[in-house]
Design a protein around this ligand. Sequence first.
Ligand SMILES: *Cc1c(COP(=O)(O)O)cnc(C)c1O
Length: 351
Amino acid sequence: MSSPTNRPRQFASDNYSGIAPEAWAAMAEANAIHEVSYGDDTWTQRAADLVREIFERDCEVFFVFNGTAANSLSLASLCQSYHSILCHELAHVEVAECGAPEFFANGSKLLLLHGAYGKIDPAEIHRAVNKRADIHYPKPRVLSLTQATEVGTVYSVSELKARTEEARKHGLRVHMDGARFANAVASLSVAPADITWRAGVDVLCFGGTKNGIAVGEAVVFFDRELAREFDYRCKQGGQLASKMRFLSAPWTGMLKDGAWLKHARHANAMARRFETGLRAIPGVTVSYAVDSNAVFAKIPPSVEKQMHERGWKFYTGVVTPDESRLMCSWDTTAGDVDAFVKDLRELAAAK
Ligand SMILES: *Cc1c(COP(=O)(O)O)cnc(C)c1O
């Protein structure tokens, strides 16, 4: 039986993991000497240039502390207070940001859309926009898509275009919550541009934290005009780091030789291994396609409880009802996955 305590790695969240070596090395290098503050430093310049390089576009880039800030400040920059933002009912901006998008946008309303497998049904965009056409309805302004989705599925290029084209038809801008953007790129094996600006995305919140950076997300505006005065918004929102180089330097380490994709590919592969293991256990069902680094599964409640007693940490019923979410990270090992599966198989068989 596995030891219930001092387990080195868990599956509750990909942000349980530490800092990837490439990010850590860049941070250490940035720590060697004094640097100019508030983002006017060479690290921040290099990190933004690397983002422009991988997106093949002269975009505007800002580094902020977390995903809630990235999402809510970027959405606020797209909206007036009387606008609305269309998002999936499971979207992080709706269920896990404590109303920050509405707060920073001074009251812009989120309109919730349905769709199977965590993906917005394109017909839902039409429905929400056309629900009312009068002045009494908050004017639809933005479509927010999450890539990879909250349940670990990934929109294909054509699935994305179907949604963004529908959005354009109705005059909406497109925001992408890419807390796990790296996992989506790794999953699809496409150029980052193919699932962002070339597919109709205006602003991307590019996640660094869950990919292996200590702290930070990049807000990437593909349309520079939308970034106007975003620097002021960041400062007012408490997101202008005085020692900005410690937010930006890790990005240089992750982006310069492709470590961001190497780590995402690895996390995705561990999730697929997990899926294979879980599918072989009677009484356990995998809920969605495992396109990225998340596996959602139904585990009998008594077995789930015993897994927790054995020291395994994971969430059940938080993102979706009755489903356990198992997240793989850049440092998850095959041994970690196999140990979990072995314990689960034992307990499920004894039930
Ligand atoms: C983790 C996550 C975020 C960012 O959350 P913070 O805790 O604010 O960094 C945003 N969107 C999604 C889909 C996430 O999973």
